[in-house]
Design a protein around this ligand. Structure first.
Ligand code: PMP
Length: 408
């Protein structure tokens, strides 16, 4: 008879990497101040966070969070449905709706729960949810949990989307979900074309803008960037990146948000985000609304690095945002490069399958408004040394030519 735990003995990859001293995951930072961090006693330039506007250490954001903890305590100990709604949550709902240009918004405990809750609430038996193959895992999980049917189209491939939609029953409800900015490739969704196709096939469209809000469209997100705020049905965001906190939200028409509020199980059956996090997100929102210079600095830094990596000869895929993947396309080389970069004082994120398709491993790098030129130059110098030592550049181009399905 098989034992449930039989599979556990067969899972050896992580332990093998640990034995070699190159296991990169679940390792702690002892200090993390946005631009630099202390990783196991070593000072590193941090180019592996999602702290796009650098607000996690902004004195005003810290203060707002501390004051909210002092006033409301450390937890609301309940769901927004019952005792967990504070005035801070309602203020965030209102202010976020206005910020992204929608009638209403609803704050969830995390971005993950926002996607799961929204999709499961809206996509019911007989409906279809259609997603880009590179969509975030929280979208995929929402689709797997909902009662409707899941279909996928090739990344940013409009004819693939049309092919999928064409085969679906005209009378069925349809929701197309895309990321505004893809979290690994750093490329944008072609929203003008996607919106046109969705309208033609009678599908609703939802944009997960976790990496767009605070970054694209002057900070108001990818729909705003394309001037399509009114044409996108639902805009999702998270507080765990530009908002320097944790939490998530969905924005749309007042009726749709009212419906989601009363049907999203991940909202109703989970405690609301604590006051300290709500207050931090509110203060970050104040700053986004009044200080455009942070977004400008973020883009200047990202553009500087894109140029720097291009000059070094690295393959950075189709990135045109502050997320810049270094396409290495080989799992082992990616881990070795991560490790060598740490030794050179640079923190990146190694991303292997299943985070990306097989043969498409990459080092995910991302930038912050508060990085100084000196940080960026240190990172580029380390990439030059490590790239030459491990022969990363030539090899990655050869592997790309041999054929990779990931279009980052
Ligand atoms: N969507 C995307 C595109 C993301 O990258 C993430 C977080 N990595 C999420 C949703 C989930 O957000 P959260 O961290 O708030 O759960």
């Amino acid at each position: 008879m098989a034992d449930l735990f039989d599979k556990i003995g067969g899972f050896t990859q992580a332990k093998e990497a640990m034995a070699l001293g190159i296991y990169p995951y679940f390792r702690a930072l002892s200090v993390s101040e946005g631009t630099t961090a202390i990783f196991e006693g070593r000072e590193v330039v941090m180019i592996g966070s999602n702290n796009y506007l650098g607000l996690t250490t902004d004195e005003r954001v810290r203060r707002a969070s501390i004051e909210a903890v002092e006033r409301y305590g450390t937890s609301v100990t309940g769901s927004r449905f019952l005792n967990g709604t504070l005035e801070l949550h309602l203020e965030l709902d209102r202010r976020l709706a206005k910020f992204v240009g929608k009638e209403a918004a609803l704050v969830f405990p995390t971005g993950y729960q926002t996607n799961v809750g929204t999709i499961t609430a809206l996509v019911q038996k007989g409906d279809y949810v259609i997603i880009d193959k590179d969509d975030h895992a929280s979208i995929v999980d929402g689709c797997l949990m909902c009662r409707g049917e899941l279909k996928r189209f090739r990344h940013n491939d409009l004819s693939s989307l049309e092919d999928v939609l064409r085969k679906l029953p005209a009378e069925a409800g349809k929701l197309v979900v895309v990321d505004g900015v893809y979290s690994m490739g750093g490329d944008l969704a072609p929203l003008p074309e996607l919106v046109e196709i969705c309208k033609r096939f009678g599908a609703r469209i939802m944009v997960d803008d976790a990496h767009g809000i605070g970054v694209t469209g002057g900070g108001r997100g990818t729909a705003a960037h394309f001037g399509l705020t009114d044409d996108v049905d639902l805009i999702m965001g998270t507080f765990s990146k530009s908002f320097a906190s944790i939490g998530g939200f969905i924005a749309g028409s007042a009726d749709v948000i009212h419906y989601v509020q009363h049907h999203a199980r991940s909202l109703i059956f989970s405690a609301a985000l604590p006051a300290g996090n709500a207050a931090a997100a509110l203060k970050a929102l104040d700053i986004m609304e009044t200080e455009p210079q942070h977004v400008e600095r973020l883009w200047a830094n990202a553009n500087y690095m894109r140029q720097g990596f291009n000059d070094l000869g690295y393959d950075i895929g189709k990135s045109n945002t502050p997320i810049i993947p270094i396409m290495l396309r080989d799992d082992y080389r990616t881990i070795l490069a991560w490790h060598a970069l740490i030794e050179e004082g640079v923190y990146t994120n190694p991303v292997l399958p299943p985070g990306v398709p097989s043969g498409s491993s990459l080092l995910r790098t991302s930038y912050t408004a508060t990085h100084e030129r000196e940080h960026l130059d240190r990172a580029l110098a380390a990439f030059k040394v490590v790239g030459e030592r491990l022969d990363l550049i030539q090899t990655s181009h050869e592997l790309a030519q041999a054929g990779s399905e990931f279009s980052a």
